[in-house]
Design a binder for this molecule. Sequence first.
Ligand SMILES: Cc1cc2nc3c(=O)[nH]c(=O)nc-3n(C[C@H](O)[C@H](O)[C@H](O)COP(=O)(O)OP(=O)(O)OC[C@H]3O[C@@H](n4cnc5c(N)ncnc54)[C@H](O)[C@@H]3O)c2cc1C
Length: 324
Amino acid sequence: MILGFVEHDGRGPSGLSLQALTFGRRLANDMGDGLEAVLIGAEARPMAGGLGAYGASRAHVVEHDGLGEYAPEAWAESMVQLVSATRPQAVVAAGSERGHEVMAYLAARTDLPMAANCTAAQPGDPFLVTRQRWGGSLLEEAHLEGAVKLMTLAAHAVPADPSPEARHVSVTPFTPTLADKDFRVRVTDRMEKTGGKGSLTEARVVVGGGRGVGSAEGFGALEELARLLGGIVGCSRAVTSAGWRPHSDQIGQTGVRIAPDLYIACGISGATQHIVGCKGAKHILVINTDAEAPILARADYAVIGDVRQVVPALVTEIRKEFKR
Ligand SMILES: Cc1cc2nc3c(=O)[nH]c(=O)nc-3n(C[C@H](O)[C@H](O)[C@H](O)COP(=O)(O)OP(=O)(O)OC[C@H]3O[C@@H](n4cnc5c(N)ncnc54)[C@H](O)[C@@H]3O)c2cc1C
């Protein structure tokens, strides 16, 4: 059996997890095996049935009083015990921050190798994986060893694709034995997010700001543009380094990977480390004073001009359209 680790927000599974389940289903087909899912938290029970559309025949719902909030070691320890009880051939998770963290702990605790950011897998002996290295600028082909193959799927490497044959999902509760030490790291508080609702990784429109925005206050116009377009604000590392935005907004190699329909890059030069985070965008609109900025090479559309004039002008025009 292939086990897909499914992250959720209490209302539904994450898009990246559905991509990982799609990858897991194809792997299961290639191995002549079935696909099962694991979700953490009793509140996940109602969403288990929907995973049948992605080919899962069983959903293991991990239930424990302490598991309501994210606690990486406790989640990983639950996975260790579930893997020991169900003995899957492979475990597949999303290439998200949590997916990587939980799988890394699982690998360490079971002493199994883990392949992060895979884009393809070919079962057999040897078991081959292709995976992204160096922020996606290099594809590596590797042999993955170990009794249970542990993999994360690179974000947006495989689209979430429902199965042609939806399955009935049996829900199996699983109660792990957890100790206080498993909760040393856990979510204890939440802060309201600025820059739009939802996640950057899954947003359909992202308005990114770089050093050219000029200040933290300069992001006000970008937030308004994002709000009008139903999008989210992101930024470059120059911006997080300057303390204008939190690191959670950073797009790039050491930030978030995005794959929106539209990325509006404002005052961003287009360093390689930024591009690896936004190259999944379907369309890129660049706003920059420098017609020679490297990001222009990636642009579908460009406005050569000052972001402090162009963005407010865009906001005004979009508002006019909305009033019609
Ligand atoms: C190991 C490592 C990891 C890194 N990870 C990341 C990462 O994850 N994400 C990331 O973004 N970077 C990352 N970086 C940093 C990266 O190399 C760049 O330094 C950074 O992306 C530059 O940010 P920027 O484009 O905002 O700033 P700059 O390179 O300074 O570019 C500013 C741009 O704004 C334009 N501009 C200036 N004023 C205006 C104006 N008024 N209107 C319009 N345009 C204007 C300029 O023409 C220029 O193109 C990393 C670097 C390293 C070494």
